[in-house]
Design a protein around this ligand. Structure first.
Ligand SMILES: Nc1ncnc2c1ncn2[C@@H]1O[C@H](COP(=O)(O)OP(=O)(O)OP(=O)(O)O)[C@@H](O)[C@H]1O
Ligand SMILES: CC(=O)N[C@H]1[C@@H]2OC[C@@H](O2)[C@@H](O)[C@@H]1O[C@H](C)C(=O)O
Length: 400
């Protein structure tokens, strides 16, 4: 048997294995690196996060990604170079983390790399008749495998698209395995650049589980803070938005988009929710001269209202859940206060209460997906239009 296959089978047969999950999201703040230890698979999965770090992206890296990020037209040479460059860059970031944690690459059984989403194109968003759902993540897995010497799984979204999905959200596969709890209906809400949630039934009925994006999380806030306060990356602790007043006409115009009434599940990205989207709504409502803080206050409530709309769309007007929040938006008290207003009957907690660092959650998720691909099974989740494809995800790259 080929030595790579022997290595693969050995990793799959171990009673416990270490997998590093990597996530770099739409916020372009950095690469999240989570070294996880797994025992078991499927609903019996036990995962411990041994180490976690976010390796910040430099201004240079952010600049090079933004040259193509969510752009319908790009320089093809730059896109091609980025694919290789980001693969090597992510590999070096992993090696630096391992050195700091005093863990040898040989002690790690697999790397699970999400890559950098540069364009997300579900059919409802590109609206090109006869063209499929599509999504593109850069940072090639072979570069990670060869440079780190670690067996790598990557490019998790393509199979979801191939099997009939939109390529996202994938969190549902991992959320279902590690956060389901008998007797408690749970909502897991991730406030990243884009917000999404997973519903888990206390009955443990897999058919009832589903997940969806809800619209912008931090992406518009970040984009306008960058534009209005040059040199600043985000509204730290929601302090700017907290000084502003919500502009109701603009808020209504922002929410007036087919995305917010489209059936669940749905996905989106900064290809739709971007500066141009907001400026069009400002032009339409004559609010282009709104102060920076009023605009940020309105955008903060817009994100919260999008989350609330999707939850109410699924569960009716007065949903009562414990909502377990993760992602960078949970550090924004103005956004969290807006959510508490929009979902008055919900209680808010974070995934820390469930044993997973909320900043690490998405990176852990990709490690879980890799663990399932190595040792688990494809299993049915959801039903009807909300069913997620029963597949294992990720492509294999061997180091040699
Ligand atoms: N202290 C803070 N105050 C306000 N906002 C914060 C704070 N810390 C983080 N954030 C927000 O969180 C963002 C980063 O979030 P996160 O890392 O979850 O996004 P991501 O993983 O890139 O997104 P996605 O899940 O859409 O891929 C920052 O850009 C910022 O908007
Ligand atoms: C195409 C893409 O990268 N989508 C991300 C993004 O960030 C949040 C939201 O939009 C979600 O759909 C997805 O990520 C998470 C990890 C997911 O697939 O569950």
């Amino acid at each position: 048997m080929n030595a790579n296959l022997t290595r693969l089978v050995t990793a799959a047969q171990k009673p416990a294995r270490r997998i590093i999950g990597l996530m770099s999201g739409t916020s372009l703040d950095g690469l999240d690196v989570a070294l996880c230890r797994f025992v078991g698979h499927g609903p019996a999965t036990q995962v411990t996060v041994e180490h976690f770090a976010t390796v910040p992206y430099s201004a240079h890296i952010r600049h090079e990604i933004r040259r193509v990020f969510a752009q319908p037209q790009v320089e093809l040479q730059h896109l091609t170079l980025l694919h290789a460059w980001l693969g090597s860059l992510h590999a070096d970031m992993v090696l630096a983390c391992l050195a700091q944690w005093q863990v040898e690459p040989a002690e790690v059984d697999a790397l699970a790399s999400h890559g950098q989403t540069v364009f997300h194109a579900p059919r409802h968003q590109h609206q090109l008749p006869d063209w499929p759902n599509a999504t593109l993540q850069l940072g090639d897995g072979d570069h990670l495998a060869v440079r780190t010497g670690i067996l790598t799984l990557s490019d998790f979204r393509q199979k979801h698209v191939a099997a009939g999905g939109q390529g996202a959200p994938l969190a549902v596969y991992g959320d279902y395995l590690i956060f389901s709890q008998p007797g408690e209906d749970r909502l897991l809400l991730n406030l990243g650049g884009i917000a999404n949630f997973t519903y888990l039934a206390g009955s443990l009925n897999a058919a009832a589980v589903f997940s969806t994006d809800t619209g912008p999380g931090n992406t518009l806030l970040d984009a306008f803070v960058r534009e209005l306060y040059p040199g600043t990356q985000y509204d730290e602790n929601g302090a700017l938005a907290a000084q502003g007043t919500i502009q109701p006409q603009l808020l209504a115009a922002l929410l007036h988009h087919p995305f917010f009434v489209a059936t669940l599940p749905k996905t989106t990205g900064p290809e739709l929710f971007n500066v141009a989207y907001v400026k069009a709504a400002q032009a339409q409502t004559g609010t282009h001269d709104l102060s920076a803080t009023d605009l940020l206050a309105t955008l903060t409530t817009f994100s919260a209202a999008g989350v609330a709309r999707a939850i109410k769309q699924a569960f009716g007007t007065n949903p009562e859940f414990t909502v377990y929040v993760s992602g960078g938006g949970m550090h924004n008290p103005t956004l969290m206060a807006a959510l508490a207003r929009e979902l008055a009957d919900c209680r808010f907690s974070t995934t820390a209460a469930l044993g997973i660092d909320p900043d690490a959650k998405e990176a852990v998720l990709f490690a879980i997906l890799a663990n399932e691909t190595l040792v688990g099974d494809a299993r049915p989740i959801g039903t009807g239009a909300q069913a997620v494809p029963a597949i294992t995800l990720g492509k294999l790259s061997f180091p040699a």
